[in-house]
Design a protein around this ligand. Structure first.
Ligand code: NAP
Length: 254
């Protein structure tokens, strides 16, 4: 197996579940020392246990990316734990559906979406770039979505705006920091293998039927397929990918 991340330290936010856990496992399988982050210690510990059971190296740091101070402390701890920070994946995010139109979206939902999905990515980016530009550069991958930057559907106003902002942050920050030796890119998944892509009350079997109709590919993306795109953009293989927003959605946004 190739090991593109041997001796590199990788921070993954939102690594206690879903896509973040799959991304953390994939980096560890390719030799990275992985710092998993999120608000819930138990779920991070479970990710670390999976990595260690597979022979990898990982640690857990609880943090809330909607807090600038908590996120700065997260990056400081990540650097301290394994002696550096080479790659960061800003994956932590929340979903608020509810079928609300722009006019009807509760402001509380709007604030939660922006605080986590947008300001949370900015907090992380600022702390990560602060370390990387003083230490020879690095690679950052932000997790956006096909919803917002690439396709729009009715009733998901707040989430779509937040993810369009993640895509825009990625491209603008990529230009600002490529001179610092930091490549910043995004992955925009479509419906992927995690609880976030289940509608309220929907089973995985029902989601499978829905995706046969909604996706040109006829299925959701696996978490491993999304992780593979993240690892590519973080790796030296993608040495000239700067400000790219890679859509992995089975053709929905094609
Ligand atoms: N699954 C999909 O179909 C899909 C499609 C497109 C994009 N995405 C994006 O992919 C990313 C991962 O989503 P997922 O599907 O894996 O959903 P998930 O299982 O709900 O994962 C989200 C993770 O983010 C963490 N998190 C939430 N708020 C946080 C905060 N303030 N600070 C730190 N961590 C926080 C959560 O852990 P705690 O609650 O313990 O903090 C959780 O582990 C998200 O950005 C999502 O928008 C997902």
């Amino acid at each position: 197996m190739s090991a593109r991340f041997t001796d590199r330290t990788v921070l993954v936010t939102g690594a206690g579940s879903g896509l973040g856990r799959a991304i953390a496992l994939a980096f560890a399988a390719e030799g990275a020392k992985v710092v998993t982050a999120g608000r819930t210690a138990e779920s991070l510990d479970a990710t670390v246990a999976l990595i260690e059971a597979a022979g990898g190296t990982a640690a857990a740091v609880t943090a809330d990316v909607s807090s600038a101070g908590s996120t700065r402390e997260l990056v400081r701890r990540a650097v301290e734990l394994f002696g550096g920070l080479d790659v960061a994946v800003n994956n932590a995010g929340v979903f608020r559906g509810g079928g609300h139109s722009a006019a009807d979206l509760p402001l509380e939902d709007w604030r939660t979406l922006l605080d986590t999905n947008v300001t949370g990515v900015l907090h992380a980016l600022q702390a990560e770039v602060g370390h990387m530009r003083a230490n020879g550069g690095g690679a950052i991958v932000n997790i956006a979505s096909n919803l917002g930057p690439h396709v729009r559907v009715p009733g998901l106003f707040g989430y779509q705006v937040s993810k369009a902002a993640v895509s825009a942050i990625t491209r603008a920050a990529a230009l600002d920091h490529i001179g610092d030796g930091i490549r910043i890119n995004a992955v925009s998944p479509g419906a992927a293998e995690s609880t976030m892509s289940l509608r309220p009350g929907e089973t995985e079997a029902e989601r499978e039927v829905r995706m046969k109709e909604q996706s040109p590919l006829g299925r959701i993306s696996s978490a491993a397929e999304v992780a593979a795109a993240v690892l590519y953009l973080a790796s030296d293989d993608a040495g000239s990918a700067v400000g790219t927003d890679l859509v992995i959605d089975g053709g929905v946004a094609a």
